[in-house]
Design a protein around this ligand. Structure first.
Ligand code: UGY
Ligand code: MN
Length: 253
């Protein structure tokens, strides 16, 4: 289908990427059967983590994460069976539910029906000489049952934290939900980088010196120090899933 004469809202700048669904390219990856991947963010882009959408056929499976990599999965559509070898932890995850595997010990990531799943991976950054040389334990969770908090006292902007907080955890994954008309109170400029998937609604995202219309399905990467701001537009709340590196000294271990 010819959608445009070379036009897209997608934009790649040194400090950010807006990737809209019309520009998604699918790829297979080794040892993943019945799964195709859209690789949204990766070191090739300048990111220190990877963020993929995994599109499973019924019965599709992911191999364990590569050595040293933590994996966080969040189900967008369908049903994902998650089972951790030897730990008695197993769950069937449905949309809004998620799981964390610290070190590739999960034995099973299998879709029982056609499914779409966010897969975020990051090499664990230990803290030399401390107990935090190893990442935290595997867990599963459900976004809908998490408490939410107002950001900076603004009840029109609600944040849910999907990862535990503490020195064993070197990244955070949150959802942020904006009532129509709500916005970040300030332009943020910070050392952490972000990956972000618009889940619902839309608005205007400022990235660097650009203001982009964005809506559900769009992916954004922001490099460290990329100036950023979002304002929600439309008649329904805007919601996104956002990753950031967290709780580590900038000069490393
Ligand atoms: O956590 C954050 O840095 C978040 N407020 N950033 C963002 O929404 N762009
Ligand atoms: Mn931010």
């Amino acid at each position: 289908m010819l959608t445009s004469l070379g036009e897209s809202r997608s934009s790649r700048k040194p400090d950010h990427l807006l990737q809209t669904p019309d520009t998604f390219i699918r790829t297979p990856l080794p040892a993943a059967d019945g799964v195709e991947f859209i690789v949204h963010a990766a070191p090739q882009l300048g990111a220190a983590f990877s963020w993929m959408t995994a599109e499973f056929k019924e019965g599709g499976t992911l191999p364990p994460a590569l050595p040293g990599l933590q994996r966080f999965v969040y189900v967008l559509e369908g049903e994902l069976e998650f089972e951790v070898a030897g730990e008695g932890l197993s769950a069937t995850l449905t949309p809004g539910q998620y799981a964390f595997d610290p070190d590739g010990m999960a034995r099973q990531f299998r879709a029982s029906v056609q499914s779409r799943v966010v897969v975020i991976e990051k090499r664990y950054e230990g803290i030399t000489g401390s107990l935090q040389d190893a990442p935290g334990r595997a867990f599963v969770g459900d976004e809908s049952s998490l408490p939410s908090e107002s950001l900076g006292g603004d009840s029109a902007l609600q944040v849910k934290r999907l990862m535990p907080d503490g020195p064993a955890w070197d990244f955070a994954v949150n959802t942020m939900t904006y009532d129509p008309g709500a916005s970040l109170a300030m332009v943020e400029v910070h050392v952490m980088e972000h990956g972000l998937l618009m889940l619902e609604g839309g608005g205007i995202y400022r990235l660097g010196d650009n203001w982009y219309p964005v809506s559900a399905g769009d992916f954004i990467w922001m490099a460290p120090y990329c100036p950023q701001w979002f304002g929600a537009l439309g008649k329904i709340p805007a919601k996104y899933l956002i990753y950031k590196d967290w709780y580590r000294h900038p000069l490393g271990a």
